[in-house]
Design a protein around this ligand. Structure first.
Ligand SMILES: C#C[C@@H]1N[C@@H](C)[C@@H](O)[C@H]1O
Length: 438
C-alpha cells in the first residue's frame, strides 16, 4: 500500500440514500447534443464515419468554421418535455445530459465564456429546460461535463512551458467556475459525469481536482461523481495507486459490458452505450451494426444482473428532434419494461451461477430472485444452481403469476424449471420466491 494524498478517500460502496437510489435505477438515458448535431457527421457533402461529436477534430474540417456553428444553432424542434416523455416511456430512471462536450460549446448561458447558447440564435438555457422537464417526469438528472475544451484558448493537452502553465492555471479556474456555476444554477441535479479527463495536462492536476471534488461534494451533499473525474498524484485514473476506485462508481464501461461479476471488483458502475457501434452525437448516416431493441433489452438485463446501470445514448438532431429509430427503440424497450421492470429496478447481483438461458437479478433487500430468460434451451429446461442451502419456495411468470413452475431438484442445490413448448415469444422473467435453507 502506498501513502496517497489524492487517491480515493473512501473504500467500498456508498450506503447513503442518494447512492442507493442511483444504484437501483437500472436503466438510464444518455443524451449527446450540441453544435456537432448540425453537421450530423457530414461536411461539405461528404459523410464521415467517425464519431460525429468529434467532427471538429477530423482532418479537413476547418476548425474556425466549425467554431462559428454557434451562430447557426437554432433548434426550432427542441422540446425538452417531449424528450423527458420519451425517457419516461422507455423506463429510464435517470438521464445524463451533455452540458458541454469537447468542442467547448455550453448549452447553458455560462458567465465564464461567450461560447454558449446565449450567443446563438436560440439564446435560451437548454440545460435548465432539460433539468426542469426531467425533474417534472421524476427522472433524475446527471450532468455530463467535458474538462477538455477545444474552444478555450487556455486549454492545453500537456504543460510543457511556463506559458502553458500560466494558461492552464487560468483554465483550471475557468473549469472550477463552470462546475460551481452548474451546481448552483441547477441545484436538483444528482451527479456529474465527467469526460475529457485523460490528457496529461489534467492528469497532472491531482491536488487541484481532489480539492475541487471535495468543494463540489460540500456544495451539493450526496452528489454522485464517477471514477473518470480525477487522477491520483501518480497519474492513476479510475483506480488509485492502491487499486481503490476513485469516485462513487466506475465509469470505465463505455460501449462495453462486464462479462463476469469479478470484472466489477465489488464497485458500483454504469455502462454507457451507443445504438450504432460508435456514434454519440447525431450522425445522419448510421452505418454498420445498429443495435436492436432486443439486443438493448438484453444489455440492460446483463448490466443489472452484474449490479450496474445501463445508460442508452440518444443523439438528437440539430433541430432538436429525436430521430425515428431512437423513438422506436425507446418504445420497444419501454413495452418490455412495462411488463418486466420489477426485475430491473432496485435489483442487483443475485449470487447465482450464470446460466446460458439468461440472467439472474435479486431485488435489493429481499430474497426475491428474477430469472431474465433470453435463450430458451431446446430442452425447455432452465437450469438453476442456487447458492448453498437456498430453498426455492415458488416459481412463477412475472407477467402472469398464475403460470407457475414446479422446480425439479436434480442435485443438492441444482434444479430444472420445465417450460411448456413455444410459450414465450419475448424475453420473459420468472420470479423465484426463495428462503435461506437450514
Ligand atoms: C471518447 C469519447 C467520448 N466519451 C463518450 C461518452 C462520448 O462523449 C465520446 O465523444
Amino acid at each position: 500500500k502506498v501513502t496517497l494524498l489524492h487517491g480515493s478517500h473512501r473504500t467500498g460502496k456508498r450506503t447513503d440514500a442518494a447512492m442507493e437510489k442511483w444504484r437501483g435505477h437500472g436503466l438510464g438515458q444518455f443524451i449527446h447534443w450540441g453544435l456537432y448535431a448540425i453537421p450530423g457527421g457530414a461536411w461539405n457533402g461528404k459523410q464521415y464515419n467517425g464519431a460525429a461529436e468529434w467532427i471538429r477534430s477530423w482532418n479537413g474540417i476547418p476548425k474556425s468554421t466549425y467554431d462559428s456553428l454557434n451562430y447557426s444553432f437554432n433548434p426550432t424542434a427542441f422540446d425538452a418535455k417531449s424528450w423527458a416523455k420519451t425517457a419516461k416511456q422507455m423506463g429510464a430512471k435517470y438521464v445524463t445530459f451533455t452540458t458541454k462536450h469537447h468542442d467547448g460549446f455550453c448549452l447553458w448561458p455560462s458567465k465564464y465564456t461567450k461560447y454558449t447558447v446565449a450567443n446563438s440564435p436560440y439564446k435560451k438555457d437548454i440545460v435548465k429546460a432539460v433539468v426542469d422537464a426531467y425533474d417534472q417526469e421524476g427522472i433524475d438528472v446527471i450532468l455530463y461535463f467535458s474538462v477538455m475544451d477545444w474552444n478555450h484558448p487556455d486549454w492545453r493537452y500537456d504543460i510543457k512551458s511556463k506559458e502553458d502553465s500560466i494558461a492552464f492555471e487560468r483554465f483550471k479556474k475557468f473549469t472550477r467556475n463552470q462546475l460551481i456555476e452548474l451546481l448552483t444554477n441547477y441545484p436538483t441535479v444528482k451527479g456529474l459525469w465527467f469526460d475529457g479527463t485523460w490528457d496529461t495536462s489534467w492528469v497532472k492536476q491531482a491536488a487541484f481536482a481532489d480539492e475541487l471534488e471535495t468543494e463540489m461534494r460540500k456544495l451539493r451533499p450526496g452528489l454522485i461523481i464517477g471514477s473518470r473525474f480525477r487522477a491520483d498524484e501518480n497519474g492513476k485514473r479510475h483506480f488509485d495507486s492502491n487499486g481503490v476506485l476513485m469516485g462513487d462508481y466506475e465509469q470505465g464501461w463505455e460501449r462495453k459490458i462486464p462479462s463476469r461479476i469479478e470484472d466489477v471488483h465489488g464497485n458500483d458502475w454504469d455502462c454507457v452505450m451507443t445504438v450504432p457501434e460508435n456514434q454519440w452525437g447525431y450522425n445522419a448516416a448510421w452505418n454498420g451494426h445498429i443495435k436492436t431493441g432486443l439486443e438493448l433489452i438484453e444489455m440492460t438485463a446483463r448490466c443489472v444482473s452484474l449490479g450496474g446501470n445501463f445508460v442508452l445514448n440518444f443523439g438528437p438532431k440539430g433541430d432538436g428532434s429525436i430521430r425515428q429509430e431512437e423513438l422506436k427503440l425507446a418504445a420497444e424497450i419501454g413495452d418490455w419494461m412495462k411488463i418486466n421492470q420489477q426485475a430491473i429496478y432496485n435489483c442487483g447481483y443475485a449470487g447465482y451461477d450464470k446460466q446460458d438461458w439468461g440472467y439472474f437479478s435479486k431485488k435489493t433487500g429481499t430474497d426475491k430472485i428474477y430469472m431474465l430468460v433470453f435463450n430458451v434451451p431446446v430442452s425447455g429446461a432452465l437450469r438453476i444452481k442456487t447458492p448453498a442451502k437456498t430453498v426455492i419456495k415458488k416459481a412463477s411468470l412475472l407477467a402472469d403469476a398464475t403460470e407457475t413452475f414446479t422446480p425439479e431438484q436434480i442435485s443438492g442445490d441444482e434444479y430444472f424449471l420445465h417450460l411448456k413448448k413455444g410459450t414465450h415469444p419475448q424475453p420473459f422473467v420468472i420470479v423465484l420466491e426463495t428462503a435461506p435453507g437450514q
